[in-house]
Design a protein around this ligand. Structure first.
Ligand SMILES: [Zn+2]
Length: 427
């Protein structure tokens, strides 16, 4: 097993700056300063938005309310508040989100629209009663951070060209797959914005709609009133669409309809939770879609995960060390003339002394050629289809991650923590 201490930021090694790592504020100070609750909420929301946090949590425990902020995918503790102050804060959030303030026993969902630093921002609030209080989770839907172009997501070089070719097809099925929080929505939105060039009618079915996309007709599943995915897709097909995006396939009827639409002149983008490209095909068939029709419709699968990106303010280049030997098998994937630049982050105020700032998508993009489509049609196990793609030079997630390390965008250590099968080449 590799122990890559060389990749540790200085701050993490010395321990001196670990208190500051990921700390945006100290919840203990709020009680001490006796601040009014609206001001506490303002300070938390502003700090979270400025640091591009994705979520804020108030977690009720027997000894108080723990405040946590998710930064670059990790929960960073921000101290504890007395339970009484936490409750007043949660009540304030309930009022802002138009929730039932008197209800403490049932889960509730709500929205808040805010303007911070002249930027409009939408928050999605979820309350869940636990044995110690109402746990409060706040999701920050930050347009600026989430609506990106494809090349800003981490797709580059050959992969970017492959992806462009996939969505250039006038019809067929493209699956985007990855765990929750792997950045699928960001990728889908980037693809849709590219497709919505004014000459195509683009329609989505989402649950929920996260961002308003200009030039695209977005509709939302609403189970409470019986508007499920299958109902919406039947209606969408009568809307003369060129491109359909389905946020989630949950039942057999939707699976079958999606595949039929992709076989009848529409380009369909759909998501899956599988961790690798082969798994997405497998799960669609497990849902009840016929392999024969899936094979006929399939254009390709995009699988992705996220790793932390090195901080541009404190990155230093490393001499070619023993670590580079671990990346030797992807050196040939560099663009012609490109040199490896193995790097590390020293830690600075811009990255809260972690050495990382923001995240980077790591992708594997499987193009379904004639052979793959035939294999899927005859029900070949997904793993075999995947192995065939790897043998035919598909870059796996593991290889794409290593390539990002070789390009100085992330570190070997980050890959070890976040990309499974990284040292087996992903195959
Ligand atoms: Zn930094």
């Amino acid at each position: 097993m590799l122990t890559s201490t060389i990749m540790q930021p200085e701050s993490a090694k010395s321990g001196a700056a670990t208190v500051a790592a990921g700390r945006l504020f100290n919840a203990e100070d709020f009680a001490v300063a006796d601040l009014p609750v609206p001001e506490i909420w303002d300070r938390i929301a502003t700090a979270a938005l400025r640091e591009q946090a994705s979520d804020v949590h108030f977690t009720y425990q027997s000894d108080g309310v723990y405040v946590g902020v998710r930064l670059d995918g990790r929960v960073c503790p921000q101290g504890t508040m007395p339970a009484e102050l936490g409750q007043r804060l949660t009540n304030h959030v309930k009022v802002l989100a138009n929730m039932d303030v008197g209800e403490h026993r049932r889960p509730q969902d709500g929205h808040i629209s805010l303007t911070i630093d002249n930027r409009p921002i939408d928050l999605r609030i979820s309350l869940m009663p636990t044995n110690h209080g109402e746990d409060t989770a706040v999701r920050f839907l930050d347009r600026e951070n989430s609506l990106r172009e494809l090349d800003q997501l981490g797709v580059s070089g050959q992969q970017l060209r492959t992806l462009a070719a996939l969505i250039a097809a006038p019809s067929g099925l493209v699956l985007v797959t990855g765990a929750t929080g792997a950045g699928k929505t960001t990728t889908l939105y980037a693809l849709l914005r590219q497709l919505a060039d004014g000459n195509r009618r683009v329609v989505t079915i989402e649950n929920p709609i996260e961002y308003d996309l200009p030039g695209i007709s977005q509709s939302q599943v609403n189970y409470r009133i019986g508007v499920d995915c299958a109902t919406l897709i039947r209606s969408v097909l009568r809307q003369d669409p060129n491109v359909i995006m389905i946020g989630e396939i949950r039942d057999q009827e939707t699976a079958a309809t999606v595949v039929r639409a992709a076989n009848s002149g529409r380009l369909v983008l759909a998501t899956s939770h599988a961790a690798y490209a082969g798994g997405a095909i497998e799960s669609l068939i497990a849902m009840g879609a016929q392999p024969h029709f899936v094979g006929r419709a399939l254009r390709g699968v995009v699988a992705q995960t996220l790793v932390r990106r090195l901080c541009p303010y404190c990155t230093i280049r490393l001499e070619e060390t023993a670590d580079i030997a671990l990346l030797e098998d992807v050196r040939h994937l560099l663009e012609p003339g490109e040199k490896p630049v193995l790097s590390m982050g020293r830690g600075c105020p811009h990255c809260r002394h972690t050495g990382y700032r923001n995240r980077l998508g790591v992708f594997e993009i499987m193009t379904a050629d004639e052979d793959i489509r035939a294999m899927v049609s005859r029900g070949t196990p997904a793993r075999e289809v995947y192995d065939y793609a790897i043998q035919n030079r598909m870059v796996s997630i593991a290889q794409a991650g290593k390539l990002a390390a070789l390009r100085g965008l992330t570190t070997v250590e980050e890959l070890i923590q976040n990309v499974s099968e990284i040292w087996s080449g992903g195959a």
